[in-house]
Design a protein around this ligand. Structure first.
Ligand code: AP5
Ligand code: MG
Length: 190
């Protein structure tokens, strides 16, 4: 079982690189942002709760997010492993993920950190906001997402270093080079 956490600030390329990792390693992809956006689209209660928080750049509470993730994991049978995109985002979520996987006789194989400077993140997300119109891709909300990332999510780098799972990737540049670095990092942890 290969369980990869793809990690980085908003706009760092987690979703883009996940697709390429899925193709190469045959993993299932769980993007918690995509799960929440489909709940919003379907107009569910969860979607209504999530929309207010996402539009304001805030995180969904840990207990809710962990139960969503656990339910999603249970739907995957005969999986070769999972790429976790956008989860964990807090220390509490990282601890919960470790427990969920350990209970299944598994663990996180590698945590891939995509490092991209903030000016570039802002540029990418504003461009996407113009092209595809994700509701949280506007300057005000992007700034809030970056503050939340720096305060609540960035400490996970140290947490995964202590676990011996952290892999640093320069996320600025051409997609194939970044993907090559990611694939090499994953292979070094298998
Ligand atoms: P989520 O959907 O996870 O959004 P995010 O973390 O803000 O990140 P993005 O999806 O915007 O960026 P990405 O890193 O996937 O980059 P992408 O490949 O798209 O979460 C949204 C919200 O949901 C959160 O704010 C929170 O409210 C809630 N949420 C989700 N998970 C949660 C959790 N676990 N706990 C609590 N709340 C949670 O690339 C971005 C753009 O850049 C694209 O247009 C792409 O084409 C372009 N691009 C990619 N790579 C490159 C490159 N190398 N060079 C140039 N352009 C590039
Ligand atoms: Mg994404």
């Amino acid at each position: 079982m290969l369980n990869i956490v793809i990690f980085g600030a908003p706009g760092s390329g987690k979703g883009t690189q996940s697709e390429m990792i899925v193709n190469k390693f045959g993993l299932d992809h769980i993007s918690t942002g995509d799960v929440l956006r489909s709940e919003i689209k379907a107009g569910t209660e969860l979607g209504k709760t999530a929309k207010g928080l996402i539009d304001n750049g805030q995180l969904i509470p840990d207990d809710l997010m962990v139960s969503i993730l656990a339910a999603k994991l249970d739907t995957l049978t005969a999986s070769k492993g999972v790429i976790f995109d956008g989860f964990p985002r807090t220390i509490a979520q990282a601890e919960a993920l470790k427990k969920l996987l350990n209970d299944r006789g598994q663990d996180v194989t590698a945590m891939i950190e995509l490092d991209v400077p903030e000016e570039e993140l802002m540029k990418r997300l504003l461009k996407r906001g113009e092209e595809s119109g994700r509701a949280d891709d506007n300057e005000e909300t992007i700034k809030k997402r970056l503050v939340v990332y720096n305060q609540q999510t960035a400490p996970l780098k140290e947490w995964y270093k202590n676990e011996g799972k952290h892999c640093y990737i320069n996320g600025l540049g051409e997609l194939p080079r970044i993907f090559g670095d990611i694939a090499a990092a994953i292979e070094s942890k298998i």
